[in-house]
Design a protein around this ligand. Structure first.
Ligand code: HEC
Length: 210
């Protein structure tokens, strides 16, 4: 190339080809190929400026001033909301093995509602018994006679499997485990209420119940 000489190669100053008007960067030549000193397109420059501004705002907003919550804070907030939701809506998975009767008013009310709607047809509006046995006395058909006690687990089994030959279906698909726990807790709360028209005792008497 005509305008390449030792002096310019190491000079560092841009140099203009008179013919093509190309600007060359001094000092950048490899195997006779020279680097052009073109102006950067303005869209590129602007993109670069925007990323710089963005990163400054990002750094300030997230790391320094805390204008916006960090990912960790957002995660913790959502987990707290979830815990809140779980508290107000009873979980659908209950551990039957460790199940105990519920005693809070909300659960008993929910159980009562289920009882009146479904179970009362056979067990009576007040649990006094009709086709099905009286739920308010100390006599039970499906207790644990070996240990002389009736637990919520024993009753849970009856509701889950049903006693088809006697006319009680399984409520496994109609009621969630929690709903069954609630309705049984309500039944347990009826113990000793002596409703009018109570059916004659069925099964055997148990000393421990609930
Ligand atoms: C169609 C009638 C019918 C309906 C509805 C019904 N049951 Fe029963 N239930 C029976 C009969 C009959 C028995 C007695 C079964 C036996 O003799 O083994 C029984 C027994 C029971 C027992 C065992 C009682 C004992 O003495 O051991 C429980 C607990 C029970 N039902 C709960 C419920 C619940 C809870 C509901 C509502 C979700 C319900 N039942 C709805 C007819 C019914």
């Amino acid at each position: 190339m005509s305008n390449t000489d030792e002096k310019n190669i190491h000079h560092g100053e841009p140099e203009i080809d008179e013919l093509t008007k190309n600007r060359f960067l001094g000092g950048h030549e490899y195997d006779g190929i020279r680097e052009l000193d073109n102006k950067l397109p303005s869209w590129w420059v602007w993109l670069f400026i925007i990323t710089v501004v963005f990163s400054a705002v990002y750094l300030l907003g997230y790391q320094v001033a805390g204008w916006w919550p960090s990912q960790k804070a957002e995660y913790e907030k959502e987990m707290a909301q979830l815990a809140e939701m779980k508290k107000s809506a009873p979980q659908n998975n209950v551990d039957v093995a460790t199940m105990l009767p519920l005693a809070d008013a909300a659960s008993l009310d929910a159980g009562k509602e289920t009882f009146k709607k479904i179970c009362s047809t056979c067990h009576g509006m007040n649990g006094q018994g009709l086709v099905g046995p009286d739920m308010t006395d100390e006599y039970w058909i499906h207790g644990d006679s070996l240990n002389n006690k009736v637990t919520i687990q024993d009753l849970y089994k009856v509701v889950i499997t049903g006693v088809l030959e006697k006319g009680m279906i399984s409520y496994k698909d109609q009621l969630s485990p929690v709903q069954i726990q609630q309705v049984l807790s309500y039944i347990i709360s009826l113990q000793g209420t002596k409703p009018a028209g109570a059916k004659a005792p069925q099964g055997r008497k148990y000393d421990k119940f609930g």
